[in-house]
Ligand binder design. Structure first.
Ligand SMILES: Cc1cc2nc3c(=O)[nH]c(=O)nc-3n(C[C@H](O)[C@H](O)[C@H](O)COP(=O)(O)O)c2cc1C
Length: 485
């Protein structure tokens, strides 16, 4: 029976999640919108279970799609190998400082190359390639096509140093199943690798895993610092190296236990119209544009492969919880590492897709401290992409509570004096505010929602009972009030 320590693939992960009562099955859904819509209903529930779709219309039973893999604290804690009994608060506490430690220790866990692995159970070559042999969902009603890559890991290398990168970049099936566009936004590590390969050899080698232990999605879909291989980073989390096989054509790695993987090359002049796609901003905001398209020359897959689906959309969506937890921990670590004193907490809210709205709690120590915290947080490499608002609050405000953060803004921010804006900052093609064809800049605001430094001692007292009094009445009438705090 699988325990946390010996999960080493998606099947082991599912086995444990199942035993914890964390998986529900849906049979007979259609790949055309039904898998996506059923998943969407599920995301909106508190602490949603994982959904495993089988018997997809038009496909062999056994070819499955998993969604909401990390939609609650229990499954995210399990995926990060931190424990199976964690709630939201305990997960964030346990995670604090871990991303920094994982990054520092990554080089101690080089991948282990193995001769073969389950991913080679089936190899499809050249003209036999058809990605639509698999139940690839059309996730949202307004999508421009079927997306095989959502919870994926796209592997590229730096042609100069050989350092490997894994990024989650969405992939739309193209050319009747023979190709897939890869939507790497400018500024992402994978995009830089591809540009460097084009300059050097005129084409860029790529492998992609499309179903795997969701840990691989966490590391591929989170801003791990450049120059660190995400597979080594995953190795630190696992406490052992990740086993990889080499793609037949490019020699790039593929996780040996991957469910489904593809291999091929990108060429500078091969682009297909991509999108629209329901984005993490909650809009079909990226429109349709020509995007680099992978000429898929090999498909490797296990018998009855399971695709790892992770479609975004209006939050909460498939991976908004994972993103919020990971971003919060990484940004807090990075902010502390700048040397800024008094950092008490950081939360990257799901409503902003884990990027656009950051709340930073500090204990003010000097005039200017609050603004410094806001400006620094807004431009940290782990936070800068598509941030819109950083709200700085005092430590009596829980940065994870949207209610408390907005209350602090309403009562401690003077809009005329306490909102600073920055222009021409790092935005995104998918920003619904971006004008068609304009470069993806955005603007952002630091909102100082701390008590004014000059009135720290004299600011009105908060009208809420003391912790002692609250505890007292809760103990006195436990049947009515118990569990409220
Ligand atoms: C499920 C999922 C889908 C994503 N889709 C895209 C995408 O289509 N394009 C993109 O540039 N980033 C996308 N991201 C964000 C990147 O994966 C993330 O920024 C990651 O850090 C990129 O890797 P890199 O920092 O090594 O470039 C997605 C993330 C997740 C979790």
């Amino acid at each position: 029976m699988t325990s946390l320590d010996d999960i080493d693939d998606l099947r082991g992960w599912l086995d444990l999640a199942d035993r914890l009562g964390e998986v529900r099955r849906i049979s007979g859904a259609h790949w055309d919108k039904e898998i996506g819509a059923a998943s969407e209903v599920n995301y909106k529930r508190p602490s949603p279970p994982a959904l495993l779709f089988d018997d997809v219309v038009g496909h062999r039973p056994g070819q499955r799609v998993l969604t909401a893999s990390m939609g609650n604290a229990r499954r995210l804690g399990m995926t990060l190998r931190l424990g199976t009994g964690l709630d939201d608060r305990a997960l964030v506490e346990t995670l604090r400082s871990k991303p920094g430690e994982w990054a520092e220790n990554a080089s101690r866990y080089p991948v282990r190359e193995v001769e073969t692995g389950p991913v080679f159970e089936n190899v499809v070559r050249d003209d036999d390639v058809n990605l639509l042999d698999f139940p690839v969902p059309k996730w949202h009603e307004g999508d421009g096509g079927r997306y095989i890559g959502t919870g994926c890991a796209v592997f590229t290398t730096d042609p100069d140093t050989g350092v490997l990168n894994a990024g989650a970049y969405r992939m739309q099936v193209q050319n009747d199943g023979r190709a897939a566009s890869i939507n790497m936004e400018a500024g992402k590590h994978g995009a830089a690798h591809v540009r460097a390969w084009f300059a050097r050899e005129g084409r860029a080698p790529v492998t992609v895993s499309l179903g795997h232990d969701p840990l691989l999605l966490v590391v591929a879909g989170t801003e791990v610092p450049g120059g660190i291989s995400e597979l080594e980073y995953a190795g630190v989390v696992l406490g052992r190296p990740v086993d990889v096989v080499r793609g037949e054509l490019t020699g790039l790695p593929v996780p040996a236990t991957s469910e489904l993987a593809v291999e091929g090359w990108l060429y500078p002049d091969r682009r297909e119209q991509e999108g629209p796609f329901g984005e993490w901003t909650g809009y079909y905001s990226g429109g349709t544009e020509p995007v680099l398209t992978l000429d898929v020359r090999r498909v490797y897959h296990r018998d009855d492969p399971i695709q790892l689906g992770a479609p975004p959309g209006k939050p909460p969506h498939d991976y908004s919880y994972m993103r919020s937890v990971m971003k919060s921990a990484m940004i807090q670590d990075a902010l502390v590492r700048t040397g800024l004193p008094g950092v008490e907490g950081v939360w990257a809210h799901e409503a902003g897709g884990g990027r656009q709205l950051l709340a930073v709690a500090i204990r003010q120590q000097y005039a200017g401290h609050a603004r410094q915290a806001g400006y620094l947080a807004a431009q940290l490499p782990s936070a800068a992409y598509m941030n819109k608002f950083v709200v700085v609050v005092d430590p009596d405000v829980d940065p994870r509570s949207l209610n408390d953060v907005v209350w602090a803004m309403c009562t401690r921010t003077d809009p005329a004096d306490d909102i600073e804006t920055m222009r021409q900052t790092w935005g995104s093609r998918v920003d619904p505010l971006r004008e068609q064809g304009a470069p993806p800049f955005n603007t952002r605001a630091v909102i100082d929602a701390c008590r004014p430094w000059t009135r720290l001692e004299t600011f009105p007292k908060v009208a809420e009972a003391s912790r002692e009094l609250l505890d007292h009445v809760t103990r006195r009438w436990p049947d009515v009030l118990g569990g409220a705090w």
